[in-house]
Design a protein. Structure first.
Length: 551
């Protein structure tokens, strides 16, 4: 092995001072892929400010927001309590497989940008380009959407021009996104603790109400599952078809609630000991989905009937949250303001997460030459500030909601975001399957990887099949007589040709090819991981042994 004193010294300093165990150099490891030099440069320039507790709490509750607290009511009104429960349970299982897949690849290739980097190495650079810009568009629209949601939530207490709140929350997001990533980690840690406390509280409240412990002392039990019933005849279609369509619609609603769940690897290069932190976060995904989503939708389905008119009336504030409706029906008066306050922090938290994901996607694209190199520029806190500025400018889209005509256009843009999430999840499944079968083709055992996810590749195949069906049938309602909607049709299917144009256009211009399974650079990254072991975790002592939320 060839050594270079200067490079070796630099790597040693980084590993000792900053615990940057992924500091690689092609001069030190000439037998490893040329990608190693790029990896070394990226990790050297960035700061690893996210700790174990940050990444694990972000994985536990980082993306829980308005999708669960507010939109879950529409799932119950359209699908019934059992239909919504089935929808959230099925989508929860598929989202778990997505997280496990992306975590396995992220533990091996801990670079910023997540899936856009893995698609580059394990499938085709054209797929990285197409999905990368699909996600950039998604973040450009979803960030101002979170600002609008925060502004509407404030109106629960006071009515002032929404432009003021959009501006205030927008400036706060830009400031926090421009500082050392440790600031983001601490903010998300605090927000996650608040969301976990709220979910635990409202579920206990729902249980008390169900058992008759509310102010009206009327036990509910499963009476709403008997009348109006466990399912809703969606779109007025009678029989089993109407009930099935209700459940199928709940899958799309749950997709929005689970979106962003895969972002635990987005800032992998800024995470300390990522080969341990990322898998530890992924292992908790089943508990998170079960406790925070599935049980919550089950409990609220017990306390609110699916025909309650407030469920289908979406105001954007806590007044239409199914948890608030349950409290109001039981005669509990103090709950709405508490829930609205936490949902407000959730909207801000979701906006911060979108800023992190969007800027790191752009940074990852730029590092691989699929976006302008200007987006790789870092400020003194090692943050890609040009990318932050670009997303900061996109926040101005939120002001479109102040005009009735522009608001319609903004709603159309928002509807496209959930489809881009579906395409992203499908891309993760395809990339992982290529990675998995690349290992088999090259004779690399699962035990050689830094971490191997369980139940693979079976759960990924099942999830990929479900995502494909959802993508094809996303606008099914428009094809039912009397339900045609231009907005629904366009928002459900326009992303498919756009993605194809990005993919095949890039292939045509750059002449890229799908990488053969035997040529995937898997062994090279394994060699890098083995040559740079991470420090052993500190043993839990005293009260730390009781901590089940993070390591």
């Amino acid at each position: 092995m060839i050594t270079d004193d200067k490079s070796s010294g630099e790597v040693g300093t980084m590993a000792n001072d900053n615990e940057k165990s992924l500091a690689y150099n092609s001069a030190v490891m000439p037998d490893v892929d040329v990608e190693a030099e790029g990896v070394f440069t990226e990790v050297k320039e960035l700061r690893q400010g996210l700790h174990q507790r940050h990444i694990q709490m972000i994985a536990l509750a980082g993306t829980i927001g308005t999708g669960l607290f507010l939109s879950s009511g529409r799932a119950i009104s359209r699908s019934g309590p059992l239909g919504a429960f089935i929808g959230y349970l099925v989508m929860g299982g598929t989202s778990c497989s997505v997280v496990l897949a992306v975590a396995e690849m992220g533990a091996l290739v801990p670079l910023n940008g997540g899936i856009v980097r893995y698609a580059e190495y394990f499938v085709d650079p054209a797929l990285s380009f197409a999905n990368g810009w699909n996600l950039v568009y998604s973040y450009i629209v979803s960030i101002p959407a979170e600002l609008v949601a925060a502004a509407v939530l404030v109106e629960f207490w006071i009515t002032i021009n929404s432009a003021i709140w959009i501006t205030i929350f927008g400036v706060l997001m830009i400031v926090t996104s421009s500082l050392f990533i440790r600031v983001y980690g601490e903010l998300e840690f605090g927000f996650s603790m608040m969301k976990i406390a709220l979910i635990a509280g409202v579920n206990i409240m729902s249980l008390v109400i169900t058992c008759g412990g509310g102010p009206n002392h009327e036990p509910i039990g499963f009476q709403y599952w008997r009348r109006p019933g466990p399912f809703v005849q969606y779109l007025g279609i009678s029989g089993s078809l109407g009930r099935f369509l209700g459940v199928w619609t709940a899958l799309n609603n749950a997709l929005y609630a689970y979106s962003g769940i895969e972002n635990i690897t987005m800032a992998a290069a800024e995470t300390k000991s990522p080969r341990r932190a990322i898998p530890n976060a992924a292992k908790r995904i089943f508990v998170r989905v079960l406790l925070f989503y599935v049980i919550s939708i089950f409990m609220v389905g017990l306390t609110v009937p699916s025909n309650d008119p407030d469920l289908s009336h979406y105001s954007g504030t806590a007044s239409t949250s199914p948890f608030v409706i349950a409290a109001r029906r039981a005669g509990i008066k103090v709950v709405p303001s508490i829930i609205n306050a936490v949902i407000l922090t959730s909207a801000w938290s979701a906006g911060n997460s979108q800023m992190l994901g969007g800027t790191r996607i752009l940074y990852g694209l730029a590092m691989d030459g699929r976006a302008p190199k200007i987006f790789t520029r870092l400020n003194r806190f090692s943050i890609p500030y040009i990318a932050v500025i670009m997303y900061g400018l996109s926040m101005c889209l939120g002001f479109m909601t102040l005009s009735s005509g522009a608001s319609v256009a903004f709603d159309w843009l928002q509807d496209l975001v959930s489809i881009s999430t579906l395409i992203n999840w499908l891309t993760i499944c395809v990339t992982y399957l290529r990675f998995y079968y690349g290992c088999k083709k090259q004779g690399i055992p699962r035990s050689a990887l830094p971490w191997a996810a369980p139940l693979q590749p079976y759960i990924t195949w099942v999830s990929a099949t479900i995502f494909t069906l959802l993508l094809i049938t996303g606008g099914y309602a428009t094809f039912i007589h009397g339900n045609w909607s231009n907005e629904t049709f366009v928002s459900s299917y326009i992303n498919i040709p756009l993605f194809a144009i990005f993919y095949f256009g890039y292939k045509f211009i750059k002449k890229t090819k799908i990488i053969a399974l035997e040529d995937l650079p898997i062994q090279g990254f394994i060699d890098i991981a083995n040559a740079n072991p991470e420090p052993e975790p500190k043993p839990k002592i005293g009260l730390r042994k009781l901590n089940i939320l993070w390591s």
